[in-house]
Write a protein that binds this ligand. Structure first.
Ligand SMILES: *[C@@H]1O[C@H](CO)[C@@H](O)[C@H](O)[C@H]1NC(C)=O
Ligand SMILES: *[C@@H]1O[C@H](CO)[C@@H](O)[C@H](O)[C@H]1NC(C)=O
Ligand SMILES: *[C@@H]1O[C@H](CO)[C@@H](O)[C@H](O)[C@H]1NC(C)=O
Length: 268
């Protein structure tokens, strides 16, 4: 049976962090990266997506609660990376439930009931306002039941190709997943390629011809959900592929590499 964690996105915590980050960036001019260490309870609410569990949802509180009480309870559960909050209408109270991180198997981008919210625990952000090339550690490793969200703008004019990679370490040799937009590169015109690099060998998978959601100057979102089976890749809300060759690296992702994107925001 499939159970969905629905939600509505709130930008409050998000914007606050981004602003602090920008401030840091402007004050310390040399510092082009800023990573914000996580506080114990920072949750982001989504309404444009939901998480799919392959087990029954477990109640988080025994009686109606507000989302803060739910978040505190989630915080005390091992493997609680997100919870569902069904808001009473009208009111701040509601009921919340969750499934263990291991049972989160997919992301659904179907718009949900506005009274059903998904609250996802956020461990940190990386903000790169104007660095096209990035090789940086992430605030916390990706793990099963957790997603890395990469949001950026495609340059205008475009370069030959832009990409986003999740890597095991700073050597950037163990590339668990790379999502590349080839505008005009190695003979490829406007193709999306999902690849990985392991044991000195590249595995390349081409998305279908005609599927190319990268336009000059436009925003793009890449989401990578960690599962024990591998890395699920989503592009602008479309499920693209599960990379399973590098599945054993889900809990070992410590670095990101970005080439030729602008206004990069990485949330984990
Ligand atoms: C929590 O995660 C660990 C490691 O992934 C797993 O062994 C354990 O069974 C999980 N606990 C629950 C309640 O799912
Ligand atoms: C995730 O769900 C979508 C439909 O929403 C489906 O097409 C896709 O195959 C699912 N992915 C996995 C890994 O099950
Ligand atoms: C990856 O998935 C394919 C197809 O489902 C399967 O045949 C293969 O054994 C899997 N490989 C690994 C390393 O899990």
């Amino acid at each position: 049976m499939v159970h969905q964690l629905y939600g509505q996105k709130t930008m409050r915590g998000h914007i606050l962090s981004v602003m602090r980050c920008w401030l840091l960036h402007h004050v310390i001019v040399q510092l082009s990266i800023c990573s914000l260490a996580s506080e114990s309870t920072r949750y982001v609410r989504y309404n444009d997506r939901s998480l799919i569990c392959n087990s029954d949802l477990i109640p988080l509180t025994s009686s109606p609660a507000n989302y803060l009480e739910c978040a505190r309870t989630c915080e005390r559960q091992s493997n609680c990376t997100a919870f569902m909050f069904t808001r009473n209408s009208p009111g701040v109270q509601g009921t919340c439930s969750w499934c263990p991180a291991n049972d989160i198997v997919n992301i659904s981008y179907t718009p949900a009931d506005p009274l059903l919210e998904t609250w996802t625990k956020i461990l940190g952000y990386l903000v790169f306002p104007n660095d096209p090339s990035i090789q940086e550690p992430i605030p916390s490793t990706l793990s099963v039941g957790r997603a890395v969200i990469f949001q950026a703008r495609v340059p205008d004019p475009v370069t030959q190709r832009s990409f986003f990679s999740l890597c095991v370490d700073n050597k950037l040799e163990k590339i668990a997943v790379r999502v590349a937009a080839r505008f005009n590169y190695h003979g490829d015109q406007e193709r999306v390629i999902i690849s990985n690099h392991k044991d000195w060998y590249w595995e390349l998978a081409y998305s279908p011809e005609g599927f190319f959601p990268f336009s000059p100057g436009q925003k793009i979102e890449i989401a990578v959900l960690g599962r024990s089976e591998g890395f699920d890749v989503f592009l602008n809300g479309d499920y693209i592929r599960t990379v399973n060759r590098t599945a054993t690296w889900v809990g070992q992702i410590n670095y990101v590499e970005v080439a030729d994107f602008e206004e990069v925001l990485i949330t984990i």
